[in-house]
Design a protein around this ligand. Structure first.
Ligand code: AP5
Ligand code: MG
Ligand code: ZN
Length: 213
């Protein structure tokens, strides 16, 4: 199955796509993770996008589209993938439609009030990228990843003022994709506000009707 995960910052795109990836063996491709790795490793891409990520803006379409197009050409992505955080603009959605055909666009709905709680409590493993929350998904040992014993860190764009900029970018640039995919009969809307296991189960019980059409 070929899916895109939509939804505001903190909707649970990373959490749910990692659960699907681990349980069903589907590659999870997160443009946010690709950019953060590039920043950490100070690659040419990292130097280009560092200030944009820190400010909560969007990386230019041309650059983002080229990265995703290349990643989707890898052998592991020929049958199935989940794109977590791409597309984020109509131009990205149009480009994607030109080089791959989707089964569904899954929109995780979460109200703005919940987002700040989720993002300010988020902790991420430096080594494997596992996602935690100090209240809703605490690690067994504070500051240490359950899976790989890596150190947990706070994302540099999870500061309150940067979250506001990311939310603005979401409402202006990304939210219109809900209608765009709805018009193409590809939209699956899932309530992203219950606990992660409930959200995952809702996704699993609904996605079947989009497959093998
Ligand atoms: P990206 O990394 O994609 O960030 P985002 O869209 O802002 O989304 P987040 O990763 O913050 O949230 P999420 O939905 O994955 O939530 P999570 O599962 O972690 O992008 C970062 C930046 O990269 C962008 O700002 C932009 O600059 C750039 N970028 C990326 N893609 C781009 C593109 N296509 N075009 C241009 N620029 C691009 O969950 C959040 C927290 O809540 C965690 O603590 C988690 O444990 C908790 N939680 C999750 N689900 C639940 C639940 N159901 N119940 C309780 N707690 C939960
Ligand atoms: Mg994410
Ligand atoms: Zn880890």
């Amino acid at each position: 199955m070929k899916l895109v995960f939509l939804g505001p910052p903190g909707a649970g795109k990373g959490t749910i796509s990692r659960m699907v990836s681990e349980r069903l063996g589907i590659p999870q491709i997160s443009t946010g993770d690709i950019f953060r790795t590039a920043v950490k490793e100070k690659t040419e891409l990292g130097l280009k996008v560092q200030a944009i990520l820190a400010a909560g803006g969007l990386v230019p379409d041309e650059l983002t589209i080229a990265i995703v197009k290349d990643r989707l050409s890898w052998p592991d992505a020929q049958r199935s993938y989940i794109l977590d955080g791409f597309p984020r603009t109509i131009a990205q959605a149009e480009a994607l439609a030109g080089f791959s055909s989707l089964d569904a666009a899954v929109d995780f709905e979460v109200k703005d009030e919940l987002i700040l709680f989720r993002l300010t409590g988020r902790r991420v493993c430096k080594v494997c990228g596992a996602i935690y929350h100090v209240v809703t998904k605490p690690p067994k040992v504070e500051g240490i990843c359950d899976l790989c014993s890596g150190e947990l860190y706070i994302r540099n764009d999870d500061k309150e003022e940067t979250v506001k900029a990311r939310l603005n970018a979401y409402h202006e640039e990304t939210e219109p994709l809900i209608g765009w995919y709805g018009n193409r009969s590809l939209l699956l809307t899932i309530d992203g506000s219950p606990d992660a296991e409930t959200v995952y189960n809702a996704f699993i019980s609904e996605i079947g009707r989009f497959l093998r059409k």
